[in-house]
Design a protein around this ligand. Structure first.
Ligand code: SAH
Ligand code: SF4
Length: 360
């Protein structure tokens, strides 16, 4: 059985090579070729002897998820829909903002957490992604950027780099922790993709016992709060019945104590459910002793959700109330609306339109 190179952390690659009688430093060379130079043709890896180059294809293969659809929005957002085997698809979104270029990746096909407002949550979890499928979302997006930057129109511009990764696409990362944390190791490896761990954020709906794994990984923590008391939160996020707000926020404080970081608290604004000024005040009180920034996300509507997006005035009033009280609050822009950039939405549109079209 050939092993997919992209499934292996550096240590796993070293031990696989050792088991097959290769020297340790081959892992170093391979990481530099594959991640550093994006060269996957063993024949071109000229600093290895021919006998090594001939033997490597007997143990390693290179397989990335295929791009089914690639859409560019007028606001600069790009969305990729990937085929990950068995006809399943997941999506990633590339979001430019100021000097950052953030890739939002998926960790599962569907999601079992069943949050009421979430489009992905309506689709039962079908499969946990492999490490290669997670790393592959990054590599494919990067390859596509490089290809378009090499085109004549961009000749004089420096090539763009993906500066940040957020696990905020489809799925619950802590429901697939082994693949998620291995992929973080690979994305971080200085010989590999060389992304600082502080530029990688894992967002969770609140699987409390696994939050220490995020702490240990060195990545940043984001938590979907989405309710200011257990009543409301349990209604919109069933996971709250298992791990209520108190326990969740205590694990956030613990993370902050251990890392010195701030946690991002995501808060979806649902009309008449989570968006009142009383809610804003309660949110401030609840979080004032948690080192955090609050990220308010106006609900992205989808048919049959039973929720509405608050009107613009209410969104601004909510945010201003938090600012007035002294919370550190940011509003997440809804980007890529014209390309279905909301969580899980492209996938469904593409599946309805099959056979898939490529838009780029
Ligand atoms: N499962 C993880 C990460 C993926 S969801 C989590 O729940 O944190 C990423 C974010 O999108 C979460 O904060 C979630 O609350 C938010 N979200 C999901 N559906 C949304 C929608 N329709 N509109 C706005 N935000 C949404
Ligand atoms: Fe899953 Fe996150 Fe959606 Fe909840 S919000 S259903 S945890 S993807």
């Amino acid at each position: 059985m050939l092993t997919n190179f992209y499934d292996l952390t550096y240590e796993q690659l070293e031990s696989l090579l050792k088991d097959h009688g290769f020297e340790r430093f081959r892992a170093d060379q391979l990481y530099r070729w594959v991640y550093g130079r994006r060269q996957t043709d063993f024949a071109q890896m000229t600093n290895m002897s021919k006998s090594v180059r001939d033997k490597l294809p007997e143990i390693l293969r290179f397989e990335l998820p295929k791009v089914v659809t690639h859409l560019k929005s007028s606001d600069g957002t790009e969305k990729f829909l990937f085929e990950v085997g068995g006809g399943d698809t997941v999506e990633s979104v590339l979001i430019p903002a100021d000097d950052r270029l953030t890739l939002c990746v998926s960790s599962e096909v569907g999601c079992n957490m069943g949050c009421r407002f979430c489009y992905t949550g309506k689709q039962k979890m079908k499969r946990r992604l492999t490490t290669a499928e997670i790393v592959g979302q990054y590599l494919t997006a990067l390859d596509s950027l490089r290809a378009s930057d090499n085109s004549a129109a961009n000749e004089n511009l420096a090539p763009r780099r993906i500066t940040n990764i957020v696990f905020m696409g489809m799925g619950e990362p802590l429901d697939n922790p082994d693949a998620v944390f291995s992929s973080i190791e690979i994305l971080h490896s200085p010989l590999g993709c060389n992304l600082s761990k502080k530029k990688i954020t894992v967002s969770t709906s609140g699987i409390v016992p696994l939050i220490p794994r995020i702490t240990a990984s060195g990545a940043r923590l984001a938590v979907s709060l989405n309710g200011v008391n257990d009543d409301v939160r349990s209604k919109v996020m069933p996971i709250n019945k298992r791990w209520p707000i108190d326990e969740l926020l205590e694990s956030c404080r613990e993370h902050c104590r251990a890392t010195g970081d701030r946690v991002t608290l995501e808060y979806v604004l649902l009309k008449d459910v989570t968006d009142s000024l009383d809610d804003a005040r309660a949110l401030h009180r609840l979080t004032r002793d948690v080192p955090c920034k609050i990220n308010i996300i106006p609900f992205n509507e989808h048919p049959g959700s039973g929720f509405e997006r608050p009107d613009e005035r209410q969104i601004v009033k909510f945010q201003n109330e938090l600012i007035r009280l002294g919370s550190h609050v940011l509003r997440r822009k809804t980007m890529g609306r014209d390309i279905y950039a909301a969580c899980g939405q492209l996938r469904t549109v593409a599946e309805k339109r099959r056979p898939a079209e490529s838009h780029v």
